[in-house]
Design a protein around this ligand. Structure first.
Ligand SMILES: [Zn+2]
Length: 154
């Protein structure tokens, strides 16, 4: 499935990924992220399952699992090239390029998971600074400390 400028295909990170089929400029909208808005916290995400539930602003969640939302294939990365920005007029977020994105590049963003959620969701983004878990950028130093103290050193 593809929309203008993107296509979904197998990703080295996880499952199907969202890939650029043309170049994008910094700040350019890549694809809308459609879904059902939830005003209450959803049930805990199922460990090991792909998740399309995102807290797009405090107290507002979005379930992007519908098949007519190709942007749901965008994977998490510890060094993302896109971010999810809520369009309050349209009522849904957009994936927006953080910097220039080349055609064929995989489009990734920060899923913004909590520390608790991150423990069930390994990250395989493959970037140099990957913390090994899907977790919000501001929480990464806390996770690194947690892993340092909970792992046996060898
Ligand atoms: Zn990572």
């Amino acid at each position: 499935m593809s929309t203008a400028g993107t296509e979904s295909k197998p990703s080295p990170i996880s499952g199907l990924g969202l890939f650029a089929t043309r170049g994008f400029m910094a700040g350019e909208r890549i694809a809308p992220y459609g879904g059902v808005r939830l005003n209450a916290p959803p049930d805990v995400r199922t460990p090991g399952q792909p998740t399309f539930l995102l807290e797009i602003e405090p107290g507002l969640w979005l379930d992007g699992s519908a098949s007519d939302n190709p942007a749901r294939h965008a994977n998490h990365s510890c060094l993302p090239n896109a971010e999810l920005i809520l369009d309050t007029t349209a009522g849904h977020p957009w994936l927006v390029a953080i910097g220039p994105i080349a055609a064929t590049e995989e489009i990734t963003f920060d899923y913004g998971f909590s520390l608790a959620e991150s423990l069930f969701h390994p990250c395989k983004c493959g970037t140099k600074d990957c913390v090994g878990r899907i977790i919000a950028t501001p929480l990464r130093p806390a996770l690194r400390r947690h892993l340092r103290f909970s792992r046996r050193r060898d």
